[in-house]
Ligand binder design. Structure first.
Ligand SMILES: [Zn+2]
Ligand SMILES: [Zn+2]
Length: 330
């Protein structure tokens, strides 16, 4: 089969790879569409020690089961393969599974014509769901999971809250779109790339601004701040922008360490929440929400052939794409 293989830092190659076969308890999936994630870009840059080349990256996929339980069904997958037995799995928090593995990390991923995963990781799609929407299930579930955690910590319901989202990549944009559907009172989006700012304005009718140009909210003005970048300056900006008693939701993973203003956190009783991926329940809810239009028309998503994947990585690397999500089609 053809696959897009990460062979060395800053290099992905479209080439022939051995055909995968499903073992016991596994399914073989024909990939119809697979999204390029920020974490794939991070690996591509050689910054993820967990993703070692040569490796087929990609974990945001939708397709059809060719072999194994559920043959013929159209599905997406939970890229995290959880053990089902540890303390966290038993609580339904499979994203924290102590024994988890992931496709596109420890196992070959979805930038390929076919992929094998555990039958237990399969998520059924709503009848007739569009494949482009289906391939967005994973990032949408990330946004949904994070906002569900934040909404439990907010003092007032979301429709009464002003929200700053930092970062107009897929997770930031999907979070803004869901917040709009949930009726947030005001949504600001900070994004430094002008192409993405424009795309976000069109897609979500949020107030998108350039944080480097000095726009944005006053200090201590926002009930909720979503950091979908996770860099040292965005963490600082998030904590500065949040109101006393407000919530900072941290999803991005760009910088490992940075200083946090623990004095403000303490004196202003700010709640700081880390959010990582999703549970199976979040993935099912996200697929349903996407199918029902809770994330809008998704016109901002771009499709390209898998064979041109190297170009897509390069365009994302150089900030030449306005699309917050590029899907590859094998
Ligand atoms: Zn992803
Ligand atoms: Zn587990």
């Amino acid at each position: 089969m053809k696959a897009l293989v990460y062979t060395a830092p800053n290099q992905v190659v479209h080439r022939d790879e051995p055909d995968p076969a499903a073992g016991p308890g596994e399914v073989l999936i024909r990939v119809e569409a697979v999204g390029i994630c920020g974490s794939d870009m991070h690996a591509f840059h050689g910054h993820d020690p967990r993703r070692v080349p040569p490796l087929i990256l990609g974990h945001e996929l939708a397709g059809e089961i060719l072999a194994g339980p559920g043959k013929g069904r159209r599905v997406t997958v939970n890229p995290i393969i959880a053990c089902g037995r540890c303390e966290y799995c038993v609580q339904g928090r499979d994203n924290l599974c102590a024994n988890r593995t992931m496709i596109g990390m420890q196992r070959p991923g979805g930038f390929a014509e076919r992929v094998v995963t555990a039958a237990s990781a399969v998520i059924d799609l709503p009848e007739g769901m569009d494949v482009r929407a289906a391939a967005l299930t994973e990032p949408a579930a990330t946004a949904l999971h994070a906002l569900a955690l934040a909404s439990r910590a907010l003092a007032r319901p979301v429709p009464e809250c002003s929200v700053l989202v930092i970062g107009g990549g897929a997770i930031g944009l999907l979070a803004a779109l869901l917040l709009r559907t949930w009726g947030a009172r005001r949504i600001l989006l900070a994004e430094t790339n002008a192409l993405r700012r424009e795309a976000a304005r069109r897609a979500s009718a949020v107030e998108a601004f350039d944080p480097l140009a000095g726009g944005g909210p006053a200090e201590g003005a926002m009930d909720l701040v979503v950091d979908a970048v996770g860099a040292a300056p965005t963490r600082k900006a998030a904590l500065a922008a949040v109101k006393p008693g407000g919530v900072v939701l941290h999803i991005g993973l760009q910088d490992r360490a940075s200083e946090i203003d623990m004095r403000k956190l303490t004196l202003a009783e700010v709640t700081l929440i880390g959010a990582y991926t999703y549970s199976t329940a979040d993935l099912r809810a996200a697929a349903r929400a996407l199918h029902e239009g809770a994330f809008g028309d998704l016109a901002w998503v771009e499709d390209r052939p898998l064979a041109e994947g190297a170009r897509a990585f390069d365009d994302l690397h150089h900030g030449r794409s306005a699309a917050a999500k590029i899907l590859l089609r094998p």
